[in-house]
Design a binder for this molecule. Structure first.
Ligand code: MSP
Length: 510
């Protein structure tokens, strides 16, 4: 089995401050990366910033600062955000880095050598906000302004010499590829829109610009810069130091296991990127997953709409793990989701504070007073204990399959249900009434400890800090978390001292 796992987030435009949509892409990617890590995979997790193109050049001009300086500053805020979100990324790439430029120019040279690129002239519509070219039938006129129908962003007319990539040639190979690799475009619900776009006929794609300079130069024609999407998409291999084949990174991690992106940029990842790779004879990534949008008042959050929810403010007010938990649980993965402070507070109070935090407190307090502060020994599992404990063992393969299908909802529902069952078990078993039967009392406490341990292992990819705090009860640290061990019902060493922990989640007064 392939035990390497390479996951990427989109690289973010540093044209504005990070918002909740960016945080969402990154948190979900981190969830998968951490899960795979505790499941024994060698994980490479890449994120970064996409710094070229007219959009960035203009944003810097508005501020009247040097473009690279402008990028340095905002890229740094994204790097800080990765830390604030507690991402476990193993690399952070900037497209202004030398390692990236070298790969992009190398790829360009291969495409040119393979006769996949030719010089001509582009006359048509361009959206700077999307950094995308649009056909006449993809735009509409609203209040005298030309607007891209899908993204609602304004377009402008471009008329200039440009290199073209022979995209049209790849129509049939792409359709064949989608057919042979039915999971390549995920979720399934978004597959048809891409297939019908390709079937409707692909036109050759303009891949260079001449009228501005903020980009990577075309190797043999310094008047042109390379189209920002060809530049940006290449980050997924430049970060692996492609074409350096001696280097283990590319050999080990390419093709990527999954490119995680928002649905608005699926066309670039599911059509253009695979076409570039086919043309350069490089293997294609295994999967591209287009998640839904975080909505604010039913609209996609964006700077131009002024409806941005600031992740940093939410984290400041509630803490990071509640936000991570909330986004993973309440936004049904793959679909759009509305985020509300009210629901966030409900999640904290009911799932995190009551069902998880409070259970940890109750069991440790009880065991402190009744089991001499030790993980009980002299235990004998009965049927009602094993039913709960074995539920993890019975579902372990299923959970792995669901993770590989990006069924985040299944994963989180399994946890929510286990927490419910664990609380009910502790209440129903009433260990406080079993003091005259120490074996039974000890078994109930041990069983509940084991369930807390297993659930904390599963919570780790979602709320790493809080899960680790809970695991301090058993002196388990990050390196000892191993997903396979949720099968083990006797993981905790009997007779060992355990620790009391502080409150995990504070309840919110509503
Ligand atoms: N730079 C390109 C990506 C290049 S990848 C080779 C880009 N950048 S972006 O900053 O505009 O967006 C980055 C990601 O954030 C996209 O996947 C986009 O879908 C996601 N989000 C932006 N707003 C969003 C929401 N409101 N909700 C969820 N995600 C959205 O596109």
């Amino acid at each position: 089995m392939d035990k390497n796992f390479y996951i990427t987030t989109p690289i973010y435009y540093p044209s504005a401050k990070p918002h909740m949509g960016h945080a969402y892409s990154s948190i979900i990617a981190d969830f998968f990366a951490r899960f795979k890590k505790i499941d024994g995979f060698n994980v490479h997790f890449l994120t970064g910033t996409d710094e070229h193109g007219l959009k960035i050049q203009r944003a810097a001009e508005v501020k009247n600062v040097d473009t690279l300086k402008f990028c340095d500053e905002i890229s740094e805020t994204f790097r800080k955000l990765s830390k604030t979100l507690n991402l476990s990324n193993t690399d952070f790439i900037r497209t202004t880095e030398e390692r990236h430029k070298k790969t992009v120019q190398y790829l360009w040279n291969i495409l040119e050598k393979n006769d996949e690129i030719y010089l001509s002239k582009y006359s048509g519509w361009y959206s700077v906000s999307d950094e995308a070219f649009y056909n006449e039938d993809e735009i509409e006129t609203i209040d005298g302004k030309k607007i891209a129908i899908n993204s609602k962003s304004e377009v402008e007319w471009v008329d200039e010499e440009s290199y073209f990539f022979r995209l049209s040639k790849w129509e049939k190979p792409l359709l064949d590829f989608y057919e042979k690799n039915p999971d390549f475009i995920s979720p399934k619900s978004r597959k048809n829109e891409i297939i019908s776009f390709v079937k409707s006929g692909l036109k050759d794609l303009s891949v260079s610009r001449k009228s501005f300079s903020w980009g990577i130069k075309v190797p043999n024609n310094k008047d042109h810069i390379i189209y920002v999407w060809l530049d940006a998409l290449t980050n997924y291999i430049s970060a692996l130091n492609y074409p350096n084949k001696e280097n283990d990174l590319f050999k080990t991690f390419w093709p990527a296991s999954i490119h995680l992106i928002g649905k608005d940029i699926l066309r670039f990842h599911a059509v253009y990127w695979p076409a570039f790779l086919l043309a350069a004879k490089i293997e294609l990534p295994k999967k591209v997953y287009g998640h839904g949008w975080i909505l604010s008042g039913d609209e996609k959050m964006s700077k131009s709409k002024g409806n941005i929810l600031d992740p940093l403010e939410i984290i400041e007010q509630y803490g990071l793990d509640p936000l991570r938990y909330y986004l993973i649980k309440e936004v049904s993965f793959g679909n759009d989701g509305n985020i509300s402070q009210d629901r966030l507070e409900d999640c904290i109070n009911s799932d995190l504070a009551n069902n998880f935090g409070n259970l940890c407190q109750r069991v440790t307090a009880f065991a402190m007073n009744n089991c001499q502060g030790l993980i009980p020994k002299d235990i004998d599992f009965e049927k009602e204990d094993l039913v709960i404990l074995d539920d993890f063992k019975l579902n372990i393969e299923n959970i792995r399959v669901k993770i590989d299908e990006q069924d985040v909802n299944y994963y989180i529902n399994f946890i929510v249900n286990s927490l419910f069952v664990a609380n009910k078990y502790f209440n129903d078993q009433e260990p406080w009434k079993k003091k005259d039967n120490p074996k039974r009392m000890n078994t109930i406490v041990y069983t509940t400890f084991e369930i807390i341990r297993k659930i904390s292992f599963m919570l780790y990819p979602i709320i790493p800090d809080s899960a680790l705090k809970a695991l301090k009860i058993f002196e388990i640290n990050e390196n000892n978390i191993n997903f396979s061990s949720i099968m083990n019902n006797n993981f905790l060493e009997q007779g060992k001292k355990f620790n009391k922990i502080g409150i995990l989640f504070k309840k919110i007064e509503k």
